[in-house]
Design a protein around this ligand. Structure first.
Ligand SMILES: [Mn+2]
Length: 353
């Protein structure tokens, strides 16, 4: 068959066909799925190197690479259990909210993967200035060390939230014509992230908190994916609920899910036969704050949150023997300032995030 004459035939650049693949979902997936493991490993290692060497916003992160990384991680999340069951030692980190320099400080203090195992409680994006860097570095580590680097989903890994609080806007500002495809693919990847983890069978971890719909650990092993984001259900409660000074369950002032009291925490620890619940989702002044006689702890890992709070960040360390301790990271620009003792500060009002 003779070749059709075409005005475009003279274009030698591979950019045209690259763009073609980039914009075509099925061609892209086919290409990514054909990449051998060794090639993916090199790709991810290079991605980590680039991100670690950038100071703030990286100009070197290419659209095709973001799509490839999101694709690799989506496959990993789909292949792993809905309830992430791991053993210590592991470092549990709370909300990051796009604060890239602080994420680097967390790794510098606790060990860059794979020197330490990590479990993140979600809310990688929104509010801060480095949405892409924070998310992509975490995803790169997830891709490189899928069994030692665990990422749970927070309520900001939801498109109807991160389209309002900075993540979507940053992608559209930085990525121009490619933004819609990047945002769509990252959203699909987020839709399959796990929501809950269990360490050594005794420490339950999630972004938000408990749910009336939770009756057994098997409920967590059988979580739906995908699930209806509008529905009142176990999956949404795990990402949205908060502990608070109520008895039993009350509607949450966020307008989503519930607030649960100390009585609920005690009841659930007994029912599920667990020792501790670790969750994020609220700013706490010292980076961690206990609740219900140390049966629940809130961990928040974005110091000087959004530039307006004076909070420290914390990491919850769980040893191989499941001993729990905390490392606190004081806000960088407050190191030289004298911090008021806790009693003089206004009570740390947990704040929505
Ligand atoms: Mn949250």
């Amino acid at each position: 068959m003779s070749k059709k004459p075409s005005a475009q035939v003279a274009e030698p650049s591979s950019a045209v066909s690259d763009n073609d693949v980039l914009m075509d979902e099925s061609k892209r997936k086919e290409m990514f799925d054909r990449k051998p493991d060794e090639s993916n490993k090199k790709f991810v290692e290079e991605f980590i190197r680039v991100l670690l060497s950038c100071k703030g916003v990286s100009k070197a992160v290419k659209t095709m690479d973001i799509l490839r990384l999101a694709h690799i991680c989506k496959r990993i999340f789909e292949s792993q259990a809905r309830l992430i069951e791991i053993d210590g030692p592991v470092r549990i980190c709370g909300d990051l909210h796009a604060q890239f320099p602080d994420l680097i400080r967390l790794f510098a203090q606790g060990g860059f993967p794979p020197d330490s195992n990590y479990l993140f409680l979600g809310d990688y994006v929104d509010r801060g200035a480095y949405n892409l860097e924070v998310l992509l570095l975490c995803l790169s580590y997830k891709a490189r060390y899928p069994n030692n680097f665990m990422m749970l989903r927070g309520n900001h890994e939801l498109a109807h939230i991160n389209s309002q609080f900075g993540f979507k806007e940053e992608i559209f500002t930085r990525k121009g014509e490619f933004a819609p495809v990047i945002y769509a693919e990252i959203t699909k990847m987020m839709d399959v992230m796990p929501i809950v983890g269990l360490i050594g069978g005794r420490i339950l971890c999630m972004h938000g908190g408990l749910s009336k719909h939770l009756k057994s650990l098997d409920d967590l092993r059988n979580l739906k994916c995908p699930f209806n984001l509008e529905e009142e259900c176990l999956e949404n409660d795990l990402m949205w609920s908060d502990p608070g000074s109520v008895k039993g369950w009350e509607p949450n002032t966020r307008g989503a899910s519930f607030t649960f009291g100390e009585d609920v925490v005690h009841e659930y620890c007994k029912m599920l036969d667990i020792d501790l619940i670790v969750r994020g989702h609220q700013v706490v002044q010292d980076g961690y704050e206990f609740f219900a006689n140390k049966k629940l702890v809130t961990v928040f890992s974005a110091p000087h949150y959004s530039g307006t709070f004076t909070n420290s960040a914390a990491v919850c360390k769980v040893s191989a023997g499941l001993e729990v301790s905390f490392e606190v990271l004081v806000p960088e620009d407050m190191k030289v300032q004298e911090r008021k003792p806790a009693a003089e500060r206004t009570a740390a009002e947990p704040t929505e995030n």
